[in-house]
Design a binder for this molecule. Structure first.
Ligand SMILES: *[C@@H]1O[C@H](CO)[C@@H](O)[C@H](O)[C@H]1NC(C)=O
Ligand SMILES: *[C@@H]1O[C@H](CO)[C@@H](O)[C@H](O)[C@H]1NC(C)=O
Ligand SMILES: *[C@@H]1O[C@H](CO)[C@@H](O)[C@H](O)[C@H]1NC(C)=O
Ligand SMILES: *[C@@H]1O[C@H](CO)[C@@H](O)[C@H](O)[C@H]1NC(C)=O
Ligand SMILES: *[C@@H]1O[C@H](CO)[C@@H](O)[C@H](O)[C@H]1NC(C)=O
Ligand SMILES: *[C@@H]1O[C@H](CO)[C@@H](O)[C@H](O)[C@H]1NC(C)=O
Ligand SMILES: *[C@@H]1O[C@H](CO)[C@@H](O)[C@H](O)[C@H]1NC(C)=O
Ligand SMILES: *[C@@H]1O[C@H](CO)[C@@H](O)[C@H](O)[C@H]1NC(C)=O
Ligand SMILES: *[C@@H]1O[C@H](CO)[C@@H](O)[C@H](O)[C@H]1NC(C)=O
Ligand SMILES: *[C@@H]1O[C@H](CO)[C@@H](O)[C@H](O)[C@H]1NC(C)=O
Ligand SMILES: *[C@@H]1O[C@H](CO)[C@@H](O)[C@H](O)[C@H]1NC(C)=O
Length: 469
């Protein structure tokens, strides 16, 4: 398993950076409940991003080889199972980029329940030659014939593909501020959104969440629903955490609350939010919020919610570029890409693809130790049947300071010690390069923590000024 991870890491690190000019090719997985990829085969150029949109069912896109169509290729690309609930409110997406257009690539859905989908012909290929012996038609025929895994493989190199950030949503981005002005509010409190729109929550201060519930139970988390987890913003924070998701059904009203209960139950204080409610229906936002407040004991029933706290969206968030980083793509212990350059105003968005990772700020000197009051997404768990891709982001306000990060997960392995680290604006030619940082992480170097606290304070002054003013 860890050998697989290292192969994936090598493929990612060696891959070229995503070109801004690359085409995006969208493949629908399971359209109309069918066990198919549409289109089933494509031609792609170097730099092109192939983006799989999982529309229904519970499928995967898993790399195999021409010779063994239904067997995962060691070190190959694998989306993992992507289950889409019938009433899903978002579409999982998985993407990778092509870095060798001469090598034909072959894929299948590894789902076998209730039927072996590969044997049903649910396969896909990139850059096959229809006139060769290894055409897509021959590959699909082999898949249906259940060609056994014992034969020699056709030699598709795992280095020909690499995970890259999924393409940004084509819809509008709708910003919602959480706790603006210190209030227990979502601003605005309710929105209308279309299919494809991305709803992004900016956590302004304190310690709130945006957690999906239902009209009937406003303050109870919906099983399998969207949940940002608690997003703590320190008083001296210099970055704005962001969590978002994309709408896939605009006919269905969605209801949310902040699950914080300390020092007060924020839901009972009316800190709720809705999307596409009908103000004239029984399930209006007004009725939802009244239900949320109805749980409040009479003695503490003061609202304390100010609607005058709606603030303008920070200019930096809307002006800069959005840089996407995938966390754990293909099941690997990786950030993809592993290091980036970002300008002031750029928004760095982390998509948590699977498992249970974090993006946590540390320092060059102590790669695997959380920086006091640094940026921390908290653990972002992605269930196998998840219907949304959690995203956490922040905005750069000082591009002169290199920033260092790690995944703080230690179960079942210390992911930082496995090299699951990330940096922004490192200088590859300096002593504090990303390569040196990652080597320290793997060597479990923690001089500040182990040697003396004075060293850590000195370091924090020099490098902890995240997006500092
Ligand atoms: C691209 O793939 C082809 C076919 O597998 C291989 O011969 C060639 O060396 C590869 N090119 C690079 C740059 O890896
Ligand atoms: C390959 O894809 C093309 C374009 O979608 C399609 O016309 C063709 O039928 C596909 N080939 C096979 C064998 O399915
Ligand atoms: C945020 O709130 C949660 C739930 O009350 C709590 O467990 C967590 O410690 C808080 N985080 C910080 C940094 O205070
Ligand atoms: C995900 O799986 C859990 C446990 O199996 C189940 O309770 C939940 O309803 C599922 N959620 C979705 C969205 O399918
Ligand atoms: C959207 O949600 C509504 C209400 O739950 C449902 O009736 C409809 O079938 C859904 N549409 C799609 C395309 O899933
Ligand atoms: C719903 O949102 C709109 C737009 O922000 C606002 O005017 C309206 O007052 C909100 N409805 C309620 C009941 O708060
Ligand atoms: C995610 O990992 C953390 C730390 O290991 C753990 O406490 C938490 O229970 C995990 N979450 C899930 C849902 O497994
Ligand atoms: C924020 O304050 C904490 C404690 O007061 C300190 O340890 C930390 O270094 C500060 N962080 C920043 C980014 O200034
Ligand atoms: C998706 O399929 C996998 C493999 O069959 C299974 O383990 C998982 O439970 C399925 N997820 C859902 C939500 O049905
Ligand atoms: C830093 O990122 C760039 C672009 O993604 C990549 O080419 C380079 O190899 C990375 N550096 C290290 C040391 O991994
Ligand atoms: C950015 O950080 C550098 C290094 O700490 C500092 O010298 C500079 O003044 C900062 N720039 C801004 C605009 O805050």
């Amino acid at each position: 398993m860890w050998a697989f991870t290292r192969l994936s890491l090598a493929a990612v690190v060696l891959a070229p950076a995503l070109s801004a000019h690359a085409a995006q090719i969208v493949i629908e997985v399971g359209p109309g409940e069918q066990k198919i990829f549409t289109p089933s085969n494509i031609t792609a150029s170097v730099g092109d991003v192939v983006s799989f949109h999982f529309l229904t069912g519970n499928h995967s896109v898993t790399q195999s080889s021409f010779a063994t169509p239904c067997e995962p290729l060691a070190g190959g690309v694998d989306s993992g199972f992507q289950a889409v609930a019938a009433d899903t409110t978002s579409i999982p997406e998985f993407s990778f980029a092509i870095n060798n257009a001469s090598a034909p690539l072959f894929f299948f859905s590894k789902q076998t329940i209730p039927v072996n989908e590969c044997n049903k012909g649910m396969v896909f290929s990139i850059n096959q030659n229809p006139n060769s012996a290894k055409s897509f038609a021959a590959f699909q025929a082999n898949a249906k014939a259940d060609v056994p895994a014992a034969t020699a493989t056709a030699g598709v190199s795992s280095s020909t593909v690499t995970a890259v950030p999924a393409a940004a949503s084509s819809g509008a981005k709708i910003l919602v501020q959480v706790g603006a002005g210190g209030g227990l509010t979502f601003s605005p409190s309710n929105i209308s959104a279309n299919i494809g729109d991305n709803v992004a929550f900016q956590f302004i201060n304190k310690n709130h969440s945006v957690t999906q519930s239902s009209f009937a139970s406003p303050c109870e988390a919906l099983v399998g629903g969207i949940d940002s987890g608690f997003q703590f913003v320190a008083a001296n924070a210099t970055a704005v955490p962001e969590f978002g998701f994309t709408i896939t059904n605009a006919s269905k009203p969605l209801f949310f609350f902040s699950k914080q209960t300390i020092p007060v139950n924020e839901c009972n204080k009316g800190m709720v939010f809705s999307i596409n409610q009908d103000p004239n229906s029984a399930n209006s936002f007004t009725a939802f919020q009244a239900n949320a407040k109805a749980d409040v004991p009479a003695a503490t029933a003061t609202a304390g919610v100010s609607s005058s706290t709606v603030a303008a969206v920070p200019a930096a968030t809307s002006s800069g570029a959005k840089i996407l980083v995938q966390v754990g793509a293909g099941g690997g212990l990786t950030f993809s890409p592993s290091n980036i350059s970002a300008n002031i105003g750029d928004n760095v968005a982390f998509q948590f693809i699977n498992r249970n990772h974090s993006i946590t700020q540390s320092s060059f000197a102590s790669p695997c130790e959380a920086l006091a009051s640094g940026i921390d997404s908290g653990f972002q768990f992605v269930a196998a049947n998840a219907t949304a891709v959690p995203e956490f982001s922040f905005t750069i306000t000082n591009a002169s300071i290199p920033l260092f990060f790690f995944s703080k997960q230690t179960v079942p392995v210390n992911e930082c010690n496995k090299g699951m680290v990330f940096s922004i604006n490192q200088n590859p030619n300096s002593a504090k390069s990303f390569a040196a940082f990652q080597a320290h992480a793997k060597a479990d170097i923690q001089p500040a923590a182990k040697a003396n606290t004075k060293g850590r304070r000195v370091h924090a002054r020099d490098f902890a000024k995240v997006a500092g003013k």
